[in-house]
Design a protein around this ligand. Structure first.
Ligand SMILES: Nc1ncnc2c1ncn2[C@@H]1O[C@H](COP(=O)(O)OP(=O)(O)OP(=O)(O)O)[C@@H](O)[C@H]1O
Ligand SMILES: [Mg+2]
Length: 271
């Protein structure tokens, strides 16, 4: 794996933490900010850069376990960059701030460690592997532990994928590829699902099918962040909303508040 020097330092730091048990025994100052109770997932003033370009500018929010958060904002607002920072990709580079999930520090983790801890990023391009069947794409996800749903359970929940299990993943329709991308996340034992524009380019009937799957995922207690241009659909599904503008949080609150506030939608979402 291609890691930068800083990441190498971070990896070794987290190894030291693991060995010393620091992660499971957090100090009071790490678990509470301003006297607030610790949440299942927290981004605490995260700042991330592509080289010298300062993009994620102090994003700060908390989530409860099993919550769905709609992460919204205009093109270029920093939504994808925020998801990538949480998944601990090397680009953009997190330079300041903390990310906590279920008592684990993600800010000191490398991307593979974040994945092992249960963070799953489903990118906009879905990353279906060409030349592999639907079933092989799913099996590949299960090579490394911890494994999530067994294949048969996945096929029970995604009958369209079951019908196409031997078909090359890349030949699926857009909606089916999105389902495969979500199914591949569930093939691993995940705690936090990060979805980047899952409805993009899909017909309304397919969007509804994916929405049904996301409701089911929520019922399993998985925490989800959904980035969507189709803000109304995302807000109807979500419990809470976070709106970004130029890499900064401009709104944080209940999803219903955004649905009810035409001015807010107009100003930051152009809808
Ligand atoms: N690899 C990169 N290198 C440098 N700048 C980047 C890179 N990727 C994104 N950016 C810049 O970071 C800013 C935020 O981009 P990002 O992709 O996070 O926005 P977004 O909210 O996901 O937008 P969209 O709705 O278009 O997907 C933009 O100004 C973009 O040009
Ligand atoms: Mg994006």
């Amino acid at each position: 794996m291609n890691v930068t020097t800083k990441e190498t330092v971070e990896v070794s730091m987290s190894n030291v933490e693991e060995a010393s048990g620091i992660k499971s025994a957090k100090t009071q100052s790490e678990t509470a900010v301003d006297g607030q109770q610790d949440k299942y997932f927290s981004c605490r003033s995260i700042h991330a850069y592509y080289g010298d370009s300062y993009i994620v500018q102090g994003v700060d929010f908390d989530m409860n376990e099993g919550e769905i958060l709609a992460l919204l904002g205009r093109n270029g607002a920093g939504k994808t960059s925020t998801l990538r920072t949480i998944a601990r990709m090397s680009d953009p580079l997190l330079r300041q701030g903390e990310i906590w999930m279920d008592g684990n520090a993600l800010h000191t983790a490398a991307s593979f460690e974040a994945a092992r801890l249960g963070v799953a990023l489903v990118p906009e391009d879905r990353c279906i592997i060409q030349g592999l069947s639907v079933e092989e794409n799913l099996k590949l996800a299960q090579i490394a532990k911890p494994v999530g749903w067994p294949l048969e359970k996945i096929f029970e929940h995604f009958p369209r994928l079951a019908e196409r299990r031997r078909q090359d993943g890349i030949t699926l329709s857009g909606g089916e590829q999105q389902m495969l991308a979500v199914a591949r996340a569930l093939a691993r034992d995940i705690k936090l699902l990060l979805l980047d524009e899952p409805y993009e380019g899909l017909a309304p009937v397919i969007v509804q099918e994916i929405e049904r799957i996301l409701v089911e995922i929520k019922s399993l207690g998985i925490t989800t962040i959904i980035v969507e241009q189709n803000a109304i659909a995302a807000l109807k599904l979500a419990d809470s909303a976070l709106i970004l503008d130029s890499g900064e949080v401009v709104f944080r609150g209940a999803a219903q508040e955004v649905l009810d506030d035409e001015n807010l939608r107009h100003e930051y979402l152009a809808i």
